[in-house]
Design a protein around this ligand. Structure first.
Ligand code: NAD
Length: 284
């Protein structure tokens, strides 16, 4: 269904790698709702992924950039304004990666150089994006900026590793920058906290299939998928949410407000004497 919610708006979508990517769905929905956009991803992702295909489909120019590199971000904002013909009304930060997770380093055996990279790619890049946009005065008055996050920023989730710290920082940047950018330019900055979603980044998380299943059963209306997330992003980019800023907004079927469900309790009592391969009781 098309409501023309973004008619005449200009946007930048960071992080569409392939059809599974949340950013891919957001880009498609944004154009469907009347926006014109540019797409950005790392040069290697543009080479290896399917971003080109999406660009052709949506008539959107692709601007390869590493979101941890301020000069690259300056190029993306400057060129996007040229291509789209004015200041940018909305930006999606859909970027996350943990080299510690990739290298299977556990949370009590982190490589600190890799931790720096996790934080830079997954959180500080959001600050860099906002600071660059503000310095270039590239984001229009009343614009809307979103980043995607996960509930592991608030509560401990087995296997989410240093990405939990990155998401906590990402949400903090949202509040800190939201105050400044809101006060000066009425720019809204929010995070959407999404259910586990089967994407390239999502599949990197240890035990993702089980986590997905658990969250789906625990959420009264089930996990939100990438299309649901895209719909929420469109509303947040639209003028219907002019006064919403500095928020962490859950798009998770109710999961974050659940404590214990009947099914989970029954399942737990059936299996709480489970032991690991060495015969030790598994806690939690
Ligand atoms: N999949 C999930 O379960 C889930 C749940 C909650 C939140 N999220 C968040 O959603 C966002 C999008 O992830 P996704 O699930 O669509 O996976 P995805 O793998 O499709 O997207 C991640 C993107 O980050 C890009 N990226 C990595 N390093 C980058 C860099 N240095 N500069 C620019 N881009 C870079 C990748 O190229 C990729 O396009 C991430 O922030 C992720 O943490 C995902």
């Amino acid at each position: 269904m098309n409501y023309n919610l973004l008619k005449g708006k200009r946007g930048i979508v960071f992080g569409a790698l392939n059809e599974q990517s949340i950013a891919w769905k957001v880009a498609e929905r944004a154009v469907e709702e009347g926006a014109i956009i540019t797409l950005s991803n790392t040069p290697v992702a543009v080479r290896m992924g399917d971003t080109d295909e999406l660009g052709k489909k949506l008539n959107a120019e692709i601007l390869p950039a590493d979101a941890t590199n301020v000069e690259d971000l300056e190029m993306v904002f400057t060129k996007s304004m040229e291509i789209l013909g004015g200041k940018i009304d909305f930006v999606l930060h859909s970027i996350g990666m943990s080299p510690n997770v990739r290298k299977k380093r556990t949370y009590d055996d982190l490589d600190y150089n890799l931790l720096d990279k996790t934080l830079d790619i997954s959180a500080v890049s959001f600050h860099k994006m906002l600071q660059t946009g503000k310095k270039l005065d590239a984001i229009a008055e009343g614009g809307s900026v979103l980043a995607l996050t996960y509930v592991a920023a608030q509560r401990s989730f087995v296997g989410y590793n240093d990405m939990a710290d990155a998401k906590a920082l990402l949400e903090s940047i949202t509040r800190s920058f939201g105050y400044i950018y809101g006060r000066e330019k009425n720019v809204r900055i929010n995070t959407i906290s999404q259910s586990p979603t089967m994407t390239t980044a999502g599949s990197g998380i240890k035990g993702m299939a089980d986590l997905y299943d658990f969250a789906n059963r625990m959420s009264p209306i089930g996990n939100a998928d990438a299309d649901d997330c895209a719909d929420y992003c469109i509303v947040m980019f639209s003028d219907l949410t002019r006064k919403v800023t500095m928020q962490n907004l859950y798009n998770d079927g109710g999961f974050s407000s659940m404590g214990m469900s009947l099914r989970a309790m029954k399942q737990y009592t059936n299996g709480c004497d489970e032991k690991d391969d060495d015969g030790n009781i598994i806690y939690g």
